[in-house]
Design a protein around this ligand. Structure first.
Ligand code: S6P
Ligand code: ZN
Length: 182
């Protein structure tokens, strides 16, 4: 029997690693800096639980994780993850929507194309290699999804932290819309 399970709210079992990201950790990702500074910096934006059955960097291995994004906005921009490219750029990933509503935002390596896929319970998303990815909670309850990615993919956060995505996802009269980065 598997030693790890998803009980509907959390991953349970041996070796589950947890991390949380608060508004104060995410100053570089939201475009409205004034709106960000005005919010409580201790507010929780998202949590990640991961299981790493093999050593990071193992070719052929897989990691699995769950992400939980709380509802909220910074200005018109929805609460979202930092976003990253994989360090080994050709490594792909799969996301599976579990709960809530959101958008998976994707950007090509040359930044020329940004597109989004709607996430909902049961939706399955293939993130190709060479593609930056981040997720935003567009609903009013938690957005949770599962992810499976290669153990040697690695995470390049610096490229996104420096330049962001070339489009941002904002609330326009209750509808999530991708617009050019201001
Ligand atoms: C890992 C996978 C997810 C994210 C998580 C948080 O490759 O894409 O588990 O790590 O959704 O996003 P981020 O951008 O802060 O790692
Ligand atoms: Zn990833």
């Amino acid at each position: 029997m598997s030693k790890i399970a998803f009980d509907g709210r959390h991953l349970t079992g041996e070796g589950v690693e947890r991390l949380s990201r608060k508004l104060g950790d995410l100053g570089d990702i939201f475009s409205d800096k004034g709106a960000h500074a005005a919010l409580p910096q201790g507010r929780l934006v998202y949590e990640v639980e991961s299981v790493l059955p093999v050593k990071e960097g193992t070719e052929g291995g897989l990691f699995v994780g769950m992400t939980y994004i709380h509802p909220g906005k910074v200005g018109r921009e929805y609460f979202m993850t930092k976003g990253h490219f994989h360090t080994i750029r050709n490594r792909a990933e799969v996301y599976i929507g579990i709960e809530g509503e959101g958008m998976l935002i994707l950007m090509s390596e040359d930044r020329s194309r940004v597109w989004a896929e709607k996430m909902r319970p049961g939706s399955i998303h293939y993130i190709p290699g060479h593609t930056a990815h981040r997720t935003a909670n567009t609903g009013n309850r938690i957005l949770s999804f599962g992810a499976v990615w290669p153990a040697d993919a690695g995470h390049d956060y610096a490229t996104i932290s420096e330049n962001g995505f070339s489009k941002i996802l904002v609330d326009m009269d209750g509808v999530p819309v991708l617009i050019d980065k201001p």
